[in-house]
Design a protein around this ligand. Sequence first.
Ligand code: FAD
Length: 290
Amino acid sequence: MRSFFIPRRRVSVVIPPIANNFVAAESPEGALEHAADLNKRGVSAILNLLGEHYHERTPAYGDAEEYRYLVEEIADRDLDAAVSVKPSQIGLDVGADVFAENLALVVECAVDRGVFVWVDMEDHTTTDATLDAVVENAERDGAAVGVAIQANLKRTGDDLERLADTDVRVRLVKGAYDEPSAVAHQDKARVNEAYESHLEYLFREFEAVSVGSHDPRMVSLARRLHDEYGTPYEIQMLMGVRDDAQFDLAADGVQVTQYAPYGSKWMQYFYRRVMERKENLLFAARAVLT
Ligand code: FAD
């Protein structure tokens, strides 16, 4: 049965040039159209409604409802697309139980509609609650659920061992949060080393692997590991980052999935992308100006 939810933002607001390289749209409609365009070019989509750290139940529930709407539209339009939710967006800052309840609402709907649900990983204080809710939801009949796991965290080897015994799919990322040295590797080279060793474990022990990285070295390693173990894999990259590589890999027969954020909070997200890597602005500006 269809949810009663009607998205709050039906009106299409145009995201200005440069920012629109990184953010699909303001409205869910625009995001769904972006997913359809990606599919036409042989790339799958993961749609993420921008938002995090809600301290009240109402906005957390509201975003969970919007994800249900997206799931229904993805199924109705027969798109090759998934959704990705942030724990603190759907209630983790209110309480682990609120997050688990809202995640269950999204997953229930996704099970009915055959849509995959990803859960992003936030800072290390949220890892246990996130994994508990993800593992619990993956136990539902027909659930297709995955979680981002961060190579910079020292605990990750243990977490992967735990997940290897479940149906949860893993998106291996390097980790985007500044973490204390007690829990995380600080040195970039050490994080890369950990990433490589965890990737090898995933190809060996999991049914399928999602490589969440723009790093050409990790993409090449995934291709080699696939040749060695035969495990299916996909490369996941963010919208606006190495877009050409995304389409080239897809044309070369690699399964590529683009993580495309959308929503009214695009300005903060765009600012983060630019601060993280100033070249992003140059790349995007060049794309607009040439
Ligand atoms: P880096 O280590 O930053 O760079 C390595 C190399 O990649 C560079 O030398 C360059 O060759 C190439 N490269 C990187 N960025 C660019 C660029 N902008 N333009 C051109 N080349 C570039 N983190 C979390 O903590 N939680 C999550 O849930 C999460 N989800 C993610 C989902 C996806 C799909 C992706 C792609 C990333 C996600 N991240 C998440 C972010 C991740 O943790 C890293 O912070 C981020 O991906 C940077 O690491 P990297 O491996 O891509 O490349």
